[in-house]
Design a binder for this molecule. Structure first.
Ligand code: SF4
Length: 411
């Protein structure tokens, strides 16, 4: 099956799934309305009998009004069912015309399986996927995984002769991030000559916490959904509109997610349909282009291609996240605080003051005040933290790789 046909089939299956779900909802509505209608009819009969017994009918009785309302609901639900039935018929006709084999996948489970199979095959042919796409967006945090994802996407786009389709976007979380992140993300995009957009959600991370008077946590990661995921939708809408297509656009959204990072990330597919952002005018696929890479392989790719990484990795911190990430453990947070001391950043005080003001602990098990006290104590015992440019590569690949990388950067 060609890439175009696979994408078209994925869209048909998606429409069939939507129609099936609308049909189920409408059927449920009509059943409820029917039950209410029957119950009200029984009541009406009761009051009609009563009225007759009393010598006349009351046309404005509450029961009659209730019946009329139930009648209306019933008609409305029946209309919805007819509409859903029409959609189902259209989707089925399209499926039958395009892919008779899809009749084998009438259930939700089969639709999901068929979609997964098709997406898996597409992920095996990145160059063809890029050729078929109208727009390729790289969401970059400027971290080590993002730069490798960016590098690989650009390489595949160049191989496909489609570099003009690639754009990068970065969500700026404001003061919560390490200095220089936004500027680094821009330089990384400029290296390949691709358009770069910074999205700045209102208030950033600290503003969101201040408004909610709560820190996010692993179960309610509002920071990711509100500050990183939600702003993506309008950007895709604008960029798709700029394409001016008279058909559904194929959008590939590249992320630097790796399976080795966590059990939940290991479960993510290399390529998946984004049902939240997909609509009639755009089919959006999420492409975890480096899903199978280990941390070591990421560093190897950075070194081999002289990709500029953020100096914060040289301190021993494993991720270029917010300085204080709500998912980080105490060791990581203490190290981040010591790095702030060494860089003379005031962020620890800002966070500690916010924690006191909102009266909600940064983590259930400890406060940021406790983390800052522990960092001060370690600084007093061991002296301030020091590090050298290239330490991240020295740790992962050895001193020779670090020296050659640094020499490559200055050339
Ligand atoms: S880095 Fe951590 S705190 Fe910052 S947005 Fe991501 S999950 Fe939330």
């Amino acid at each position: 099956m060609s890439v175009e046909n696979a994408l078209h089939t994925i869209e048909l299956i998606r429409c069939a799934g939507k129609a099936a779900s609308a049909y189920r909802t409408a059927k449920h509505d009509v059943r409820e309305a029917y039950e209410e209608h029957s119950a009200t009819l029984a009541q009406l009969q009761h009051w009609t009998d009563q009225n007759r017994a009393m010598g006349g009918g009351d046309r404005a009785s509450p029961v009659r009004c209730a019946l009329l309302a139930a009648d209306h609901e019933h008609h409305e639900a029946a209309r919805k069912v007819r509409r859903a039935e029409a959609r189902m018929r259209r989707a089925s006709a399209a499926l039958q015309a395009q892919r008779p084999a899809l009749n084998r996948y009438p259930s939700e489970r089969n639709r999901r399986r068929a979609t997964t199979l098709l997406l898996d095959r597409l992920a095996d042919h990145p160059v063809d996927l890029i050729r078929a796409a109208d727009l390729i967006i790289i969401q970059t945090s400027a971290g080590k995984d993002s730069i490798v994802a960016l590098h690989r996407t650009v390489a595949a786009a160049k191989a496909a002769g489609c570099l003009h389709k690639v754009r990068a976007m970065h969500c700026d979380l404001g003061a919560a991030e390490w200095p220089g992140v936004k500027e680094l993300a821009r330089r990384q995009a400029e290296r390949y000559g691709i358009p770069f957009l910074v999205v700045t959600p209102d208030g950033g991370f600290l503003g969101m916490v201040d408004n909610r008077r709560r820190w996010p946590d692993a179960k309610r990661r509002l920071c990711t959904s509100k500050l990183k995921r939600d702003p993506t939708g309008p950007v895709i809408t604008n960029w798709v509109a700029e394409l001016g297509l008279d058909r559904q656009a194929i959008v590939v959204n590249v992320m630097g997610v790796r399976g080795a990072e966590s059990p939940s990330r290991a479960l993510k597919a290399r390529l998946s349909l984004d049902p939240r952002t997909t609509s009639a005018n755009r089919l959006v696929l999420t492409w975890n282009i480096i899903h199978e890479l280990s941390e070591q392989e990421v560093w190897q790719e950075i070194a081999s291609n002289s990709l500029e990484y953020h100096p914060i990795y040289d301190t021993g911190l494993p991720r270029l996240s917010c300085v204080y990430c709500v998912l980080a453990g105490p060791d990581w947070l203490i190290l981040a605080t010591r790095v702030c001391f060494a860089l003379e950043l005031t962020l620890p005080d800002t966070y500690a003051a916010l924690e006191r003001r909102i009266g909600h602990r940064f983590k259930q098990d400890f406060t940021l005040n406790g983390i800052i006290a522990a960092a001060r104590m370690l600084d007093a015992i061991e002296g301030p933290l020091t590090w050298r440019r290239g330490d991240a590569l020295r740790r992962h690949l050895g001193p020779a790789a670090a020296d050659s990388y640094l020499a490559g950067l200055t050339r």
